[in-house]
Design a protein around this ligand. Sequence first.
Ligand code: ADP
Ligand code: ZN
Ligand code: MG
Length: 472
Amino acid sequence: MSKYEVVIGLETHIELLTQSKLFCGCSAKFGGPPNTNVCPVCLGHPGVMPALNRKAAEFTVIAGLALGCKIAPLSYMDRKHYFYPDLPKAFQTSQFHHPICVGGGVTLSDGRVMRLNHIHLEEDAGKLLHERGKTLVDYNRGGVPLMEIVGEPDLRSAADAAEYLEILQGIMRTVGVSDCRMQEGSMRCDVNISLRLPGAEYGIRAEIKNLNSFVSVRQAIEYETERQSDILDAGGEVKQETRGFDAGTGETYSRRGKENSDDYRYFPEPDIIPVRITPATIARLSAQIPELPRARAARYTESFGLSEKDAALLSKYRKVAEYFDAAVAESSTGNGKSAANLMLSQMFAKISTEAEREEWSPPISAGRFGELIALADSGKINGSAAKRVLNAMWDSGKSAAEVVSELGLDGPAVDVESLCGAAIAANPSAAADFKAGKSKALQAIIGYVMKASRGKAPADEVHSVLIRLLSE
Ligand code: ADP
Ligand code: ZN
Ligand code: MG
């Protein structure tokens, strides 16, 4: 354990899911052949007139409302100057003095609130591609609406940072303002990190720019913690600077001394009128915000007795949660527990990537899944049969009732006791092995019972009955 406390504040960039860019009509869609979604406005040609995308401002308000921010009735765009080939205008239109959202916070699972300083709206820059000793520029991303969520230095570990980002991602996806795909760059973050002795003033920080995966965020924080503690242990002083992260080595490296806001020569953007958000607009946008993941998860643990982990998994993706809610409503028994178990154990195994879960389009409709839940809850089929039925429904597109009758699961209930007795009689050597202490031998007898019952016997009961009979 290091004697230092780690202090972290994140600046998170989130691209908004608008059709068009922030100041022109070009498509804001990710990808596309380089430099095809461009026009004189987003290429920064002289004499052009930008106009603010209303949707982008509304999305920022929605994000702010979901994060408990105050919405400024009037906010303004500012010019932030820097010269770099990804920014043809040589200034980025951003917000500095009066951002759209102020304050707010992200609540971690242990209840700690990570305060936000503000959220501002700005345009994304182009993308530089370094190839064979040359640098190419793709301006498709230039001018795409970007929100910057600036957090206070309230995070205390890499785990805090990862959880904060994950919660942010869940909320932004749920309200629908961004897909927050770190792999596509629609969510990226800068990590500000410093160390201090517990109770001391904040130390001098380094800022690690442009991290684009959860793994990188974690590695960068771990590397910086080591690097800065070595410096402090040796009696040195951490330099305030901007650092890069090398995903290949997991190390950070110095890029440049940190610039101050003075260096950017911020001044009010004269070409864009102020952003005015009326109480009526706020009321209209608030009404569009659905139940957020945290509230949803709390409802799942309270109403269905789900574990916090399961509840969090189901409420993390909006479409997953809506599917779950719809299936439970359809099942008429309203039992969320079996629906949750089947979704998390079976469906999540088949739909396993982040992107697929976000899309969530299983071949079984929520209604049909609800019918299966109803069968399981009424005791017509047991838990392991429900899994088999689900898998058969998945592959065949048939309804639960059809599959149940095809598999012969709807016959009379199985007599577990006599099946187990017969299985022991039919497998004398396995029975002897088990009695001699080879607990693995039980598997063979369980397998026999399951086969004899054509999978209808409830596995848990078979297990306990066999153990009882074998120890008599
Ligand atoms: P700047 O004006 O240089 O951008 P800010 O005060 O706006 O600095 O802070 C930028 C980010 O750095 C914020 O996310 C904030 O939480 C974080 N931060 C500020 N001071 C520290 C510190 N001592 N250690 C870690 N993070 C910090
Ligand atoms: Zn354009
Ligand atoms: Mg700042």
